[in-house]
Write a protein that binds this ligand. Structure first.
Ligand SMILES: Cc1ncc(COP(=O)(O)O)c(C=O)c1O
Length: 441
């Protein structure tokens, strides 16, 4: 019932989203699917159109205000429009937007990454996580002169034809979408995560790299079992395969140096993105001098018109410098923020009987509608993704913006009041819904 007044069946007036409905309908006439990524299209009751953001809040074109827990799917670790990033970008805007040459922010940013990311000795820049994953795979194949890659079921590494297989939340090991080259993943072996025996069984002398999210946030915010990463490190070394940590989400978010700092396990190659640019498109691959020498010597050509662009590199430098300066207060805060949300989910479950679950780590979490705790890829397949989407829609009505598929992110700007508002909204939804597995939700 786009654009119509009245109720959508759960007591929530749809006139709350009239302008977003109109904006989405208009977009759909010229922009395929009405939004610019499949993820945004899943937002119910309508993919809202955002008119502005500040700090932890965003406002839609209807004037509704939300506490933002989507954070552009992770990048806005410093919140919307952080002054420190705006000032750096503004300073560069007046001095040129793009050059067919190096710029003054790239080297300081690369140096900073080498300082804060344990595995980083040499760095290359790209624009998106997907691109950086592709670059990392190339580096790994060139450095090892091998071709096979091991990928884990339920880990997401962007939308490359070779990597967008066995994706989170979908059964089977096939492609994540129509249109993928069915042969692109023939050099990719899919393996269950948190299972050292399974990995040992597939590590052969043709394996160039093992790629993983060291904390499987996309899968459902699953942590590695104690000792698992250490054992993977040992096994990959033994097999002569490189270990790639895809820290596109965990980089700068779970610790300044990412999950490798948190768990004390150093991979050969690290992929960074999202929070690296505080919202500007910049990603990176970093690794040991030895492995990255294939780029340094020109053996691997690293291509890309916008790689390390002046604006994005300026944003990256300003944002990561800010995090380094404030790391002592930032990370404990991000950790306790997620505990507040987790507490609300627990109460929704224990006090209202709502079958919601919440996994969390520092600065990120994942919610489910599920009868039992969700501990891995298989459990997630048993959860009710549709019901969670409706739960997220109800939170939207209460001024809390979360992605429909389960992810929650917090920023340094989320206040105690923001978290209290989110917790209240979770409990209010729980109180409203008597039968969360039914249409009531
Ligand atoms: C772990 C991980 N790797 C890679 C990517 C791809 O990044 P991008 O969407 O910037 O291409 C994502 C995106 O969500 C991600 O979460």
């Amino acid at each position: 019932m786009p654009g119509t007044a009245g109720s959508r069946g759960n007591g929530v007036p749809v006139d709350r989203y009239v302008a977003s409905h109109a904006s989405y309908a208009r977009a759909g006439r010229s922009l395929a699917r009405g939004v610019s990524s499949a993820m945004k299209a899943t937002q119910a009751p309508v993919p809202i159109t955002v008119s502005r953001g500040a700090g932890s809040r965003i406002w839609d074109v209807d004037g509704n205000e939300y506490v933002d827990f989507a954070l552009s799917f992770g990048p806005m670790l410093l919140g919307q429009s952080p002054d420190v990033v705006k000032d750096a970008v503004r300073g560069q805007l007046d001095r040129g937007i793009g050059f067919g040459a190096g710029n003054q922010h790239e080297a300081p940013l690369a140096e900073l990454l080498c300082e804060v990311v344990p595995s980083a000795e040499l760095v290359i820049f790209s624009n998106t996580g997907t691109e950086a994953v592709q670059a990392a795979l190339r580096v790994a194949r060139a450095a090892t002169r091998r071709s096979r890659v091991v990928k884990f079921r339920g880990h997401y590494h962007g939308w490359l034809d070779s990597m967008h297989v066995a994706v989170p939340g979908l059964p089977g090991d096939g492609p994540g979408t129509a249109g993928q080259d069915p042969l692109a993943a023939r050099q990719v072996t899919i393996c269950p995560w948190n299972d050292t025996r399974a990995l040992a069984a597939v590590l052969a002398d043709d394996v160039a790299a093992v790629i993983m999210e060291p904390l499987n946030i996309n899968g459902g915010c699953f942590a590695p079992e104690p000792g698992y990463l250490e054992e993977v490190r040992r096994l990959t070394r033994e097999a002569g395969a490189l270990l790639i940590f895809d820290e596109v989400i965990t980089g700068f978010r779970v610790a300044l140096g990412g999950a490798q700092e948190l768990f004390g396990v150093v991979p050969d190659l690290t992929v960074l993105g999202k929070a690296l640019g505080s919202g500007f498109p910049i990603s990176a691959v970093c690794g040991s001098r030895d492995v990255m020498s294939v780029v340094a010597t020109g053996t691997v050509a690293h291509m890309g018109n916008f790689n390390g662009s002046p604006l994005a590199a300026a944003a990256g430098l300003a944002g990561v410098s800010h995090l380094r300066e404030h790391r002592e207060e930032v990370y404990p805060r991000l950790e306790s923020a997620m505990k507040v949300i987790a507490g609300a989910f627990e109460r929704a479950n224990s006090e209202h009987g709502l079958p919601v679950r919440f996994n969390h780590t520092v600065g990120a979490g994942f919610g489910f509608v599920a009868e039992r705790p969700v501990r891995g890829h298989g459990d997630r397949l048993l959860s009710d993704a549709q019901a969670y989407g409706r739960f997220a829609a109800r939170l939207l009505d209460k001024g809390v913006f979360v992605p429909a598929r389960g992810l929650w992110y917090v920023s340094t700007e989320h206040s105690a009041e923001d978290l209290a508002r989110a917790a209240e909204a979770v409990l209010a939804v729980a109180a409203e819904c008597t039968d969360m597995s039914g249409d009531d939700l």
